[in-house]
Design a protein around this ligand. Structure first.
Ligand code: NAD
Length: 302
């Protein structure tokens, strides 16, 4: 997809981080913006800023894990702008800890938002775009789903997140192949960022009360949180740069979108493990001090 002006973008998680930065670029390119987020105040601020920047904005508060709410968004988008040209299924949350310590509520929350949110976006908007493509040979569309480097490797002590992001990579690779079977007018990309400073560290702010555990975080979850805080906090690539990479990928029909291509050696190691039937390589082999301190922290007596 090469042209953006006058075309419509649907962005989930538009109130912060990558979603907000993609919306800002969309506004600069003259796109109509559909902003969706679960956090009302962040959504209101984003809508106000982007309207002031001159964009036509439809802002809708919703929880992407709820199918009916994305279906209602689809109806609202159809009524206001018609089929979208660009859909950014991006809303997501971070969580960690040893995989057996993730509670049922942890699994429901993380898979609900990170996986089912993308499922709903694809299931609601792709048919709208395909219909538009059938009716108009000049229609161009693109769907970008936000996964993570955690969708391509499996770092320990963040299992629930890894599972969710591998699912998004799988879903999006399949989406790409399925689209190629039926149309040349709609493309797909998967965004796989490494650590980038955004609001992700405070994901708990939007955790619904019914999916919270009374006991709070376990020891491994607290350790994982501290490690992620350090890694995200020291990230040098900005969310605005990542949003730029998203648009570059759309314009150049590139599927995999990375924030830190230099971090792909871990992916290569993993895929070599897979094809050679080798046991999973120690992810801390090149930084043994990090692995050693994680082990020490987890094995220390309470
Ligand atoms: N920042 C990173 O280092 C990093 C790395 C890899 C992947 N990601 C992914 O990037 C995506 C965007 O996250 P971010 O880093 O910009 O974080 P962020 O917290 O700044 O933005 C996420 C947005 O999603 C919204 N959101 C959360 N739950 C929602 C729900 N149920 N329904 C609708 N909206 C909801 C939040 O309110 C927030 O505005 C996520 O999918 C995340 O997993 C982030």
């Amino acid at each position: 997809m090469k042209r953006f002006e006058g075309r419509t973008a649907v962005i989930t998680g538009a109130g912060s981080g990558f979603g907000l930065e993609v919306a800002r670029i969309g506004a600069r390119k003259g796109m109509n913006l559909v902003l969706a987020d679960v956090q009302q105040d962040a959504l209101d601020r984003a809508a106000e800023e982007l309207r002031a920047a001159g964009a036509a904005v439809l802002a809708q508060r919703l929880d992407v894990s709820k199918g009916a709410e994305i279906e209602a968004l689809g109806a609202a988008v159809a009524a206001r702008f018609g089929a979208p040209n660009f859909v950014f299924n991006n809303a997501g949350i971070g969580a960690g800890g040893l995989i057996w310590e993730s509670t049922l509520k942890d699994w429901e929350w993380v898979l609900g938002v990170n996986v089912m949110g993308v499922v709903h976006g694809v299931r609601v908007f792709t048919p709208m775009m395909l219909e538009a493509a059938r009716n108009d040979p000049s229609f161009e569309g693109h769907i970008t789903n936000t996964a993570s480097m955690a969708g391509l490797v499996n770092m320990p002590n963040m299992g629930v997140y890894n599972v969710s992001k591998h699912a998004v990579v799988s879903l999006t690779e399949t989406l790409y192949q399925d689209l190629r079977l039926v149309t040349d007018q709609i493309g797909a990309s998967v965004l796989c960022p490494f650590f980038v400073p955004t609001g992700i560290l405070a994901s708990d702010r939007n955790r619904p009360a019914e999916l919270r555990d009374a006991g709070g975080l376990s020891k491994s979850q607290l350790i994982g949180k501290a490690m992620t805080e350090k890694a995200v906090g020291s990230g040098k690539v900005t969310a605005a740069q990542v949003a730029g990479f998203v648009f570059d990928a759309i314009e150049n029909d590139r599927f995999y979108v990375y924030s830190h291509p230099n971090a792909l050696s871990g992916v290569q190691k993993r895929l070599e493990d897979v094809v050679q039937g080798r046991n999973p390589t120690d992810p801390f082999a090149s930084r043994p001090e990090i692995g050693a301190s994680l082990k020490a922290a987890l094995r220390a007596a309470d």
